[in-house]
Design a protein around this ligand. Structure first.
Ligand SMILES: NC(=O)c1ccc[n+]([C@@H]2O[C@H](COP(=O)([O-])OP(=O)(O)OC[C@H]3O[C@@H](n4cnc5c(N)ncnc54)[C@H](O)[C@@H]3O)[C@@H](O)[C@H]2O)c1
Ligand SMILES: [Zn+2]
Length: 369
């Protein structure tokens, strides 16, 4: 069983990331004798698929518990659901000697972690991610939140889970589109920070078709390590966290332009292609490396649209973004596969909007670059 530590600042609580073939047994061992009871939070699909096993394991360990299940989907990540969860915790008699267990994807982790962070001014929580995206991205870094009508993830707090228990076996029941969401973030980690992982992915994708569970474990662990390293960095290096935005500036623009009817994974995949192309147009990334990224995105299972991207709508979305962020939209750019371009120590770059437009309208890419 591997182990990684996230400990952002010396005095802050640390979070252990544990890779384990039996997450429920491990959890039961960790909580027995330490907590009076557990609140297990899952969406109803995950509760049906995996929650029952956890519940019977807790019952066998004579660990008092309640299960709170909610409708699957990002639309449930609201203040209203959090309030219902809190009411259920009060009814169950949960107190400061209880802990919360999130079993599910990023929605469950964000919601359960946020509730744990504010219930009685904060009680401990454990995260057991069941989607690839939650394993390699959402469960790491301690960010928790809910959406409001005015914006996604608008209300929340940093509350590190005591431990994240990673078990790739949960992914056997994951539908293909959800595999793609996680794959996008893994490609992002590789493109910006890990050339070796990129090369592994060039042989291993698409992940949902992977026949080797050992290879999948290795890819997940390597990707987790990259995000853990970035979010563990001390304050002086905080700018490095923005490296995780590669593909996301254009990606968010595409999501907004499509009225969020495009999956996050696909938006980020296309966003990475456009941002790699911007890296090439600004003379930073060799065209051959840009072409490699385009091939990897396709190999992951993303089809590239044949028609031009909605350049006008994306640029408009970037303009709105720019206003919100007091005047600048910045891009993470590559200098080669596995390495981001830096300018005077900064990880992000301002780019002439005319160039951004060009990268968008010169779609579809021929030969990748
Ligand atoms: N906190 C962070 O740092 C962070 C980072 C990235 C994303 N996020 C958040 O994560 C959320 C997206 O995460 P997600 O894609 O995991 O969404 P999700 O939690 O809604 O899960 C996606 C779907 O997969 C189903 N599912 C989950 N595990 C399954 C399994 N093992 N088998 C079959 N089906 C399963 C769920 O029922 C759901 O329908 C967004 O709300 C996003 O804002 C947070
Ligand atoms: Zn993302």
């Amino acid at each position: 069983m591997g182990k990684i530590l996230i400990q952002p600042r010396a005095r802050r609580p640390r979070c252990e990331i544990l890779f384990t073939p039996s997450p429920f047994d491990l959890l039961a061992r960790r909580v027995r004798g330490r907590f009076w009871g557990l609140v297990v939070v899952s969406d109803s699909r995950v509760a049906r698929l995996h929650g029952r096993t956890l519940i019977s394991r807790l019952a066998a360990a004579r660990m008092p518990h309640v299960l709170f299940a909610f409708q699957p989907g990002d639309r449930s990540k609201t203040r209203r659901t959090k309030e219902r969860l809190e009411d259920a915790m009060v009814r169950a008699g949960a107190a400061r000697d209880w802990a919360v267990v999130a079993l599910g994807g990023g929605v469950t982790g964000d919601l359960a972690g946020f509730a744990a962070g504010t219930y009685m001014r904060g009680i401990p929580w454990f995260n057991i991610p069941t989607t690839l995206l939650a394993m390699v991205d959402a469960s790491l870094g301690g960010k928790t939140s809910v959406n409001t009508p005015a914006g996604k993830n608008l209300v929340g707090l940093f509350h590190q889970p005591e431990a994240v228990l990673v078990h790739a076996g949960f992914l056997r029941s994951l539908p293909r589109p959800r595999w793609l969401d996680g794959t996008s973030e893994i490609i992002k980690h590789a493109a910006v920070l890990d050339r070796t992982l990129f090369e592994v992915l060039e042989r291993a994708l698409p992940l949902h078709a992977s026949t080797s569970s050992r290879l999948l474990d290795r890819i997940i662990e390597r990707s987790v390590r990259i995000k853990a390293r970035i979010v563990t960095a001390d304050e002086r290096e905080q700018g490095r966290r923005s490296l995780l935005n590669f593909g996301h500036t254009i990606g968010h623009g595409l999501e907004r332009a499509a009225g969020y009817r495009i999956s996050h994974g696909r938006a980020v995949a296309l966003g990475m292609v456009v941002e790699a192309r911007i890296s090439t147009l600004t003379g930073r990334l060799p065209p051959a490396d840009c072409a490699r990224l385009v091939r990897l995105v396709q190999r992951a299972g993303f089809s590239l649209p044949r028609r031009p991207l909605p350049a006008g709508a994306v640029l408009e979305a970037l303009r709105v973004d720019k206003k919100k962020r007091s005047g600048s939209v910045r891009f993470v750019l590559l200098r080669r596969i596995g390495s981001a371009a830096l300018s005077r120590g900064a990880c992000t770059h301002e780019v002439d909007p005319a160039l951004v437009r060009r990268a968008l309208v010169e779609w579809p890419l021929r030969g990748g670059a």
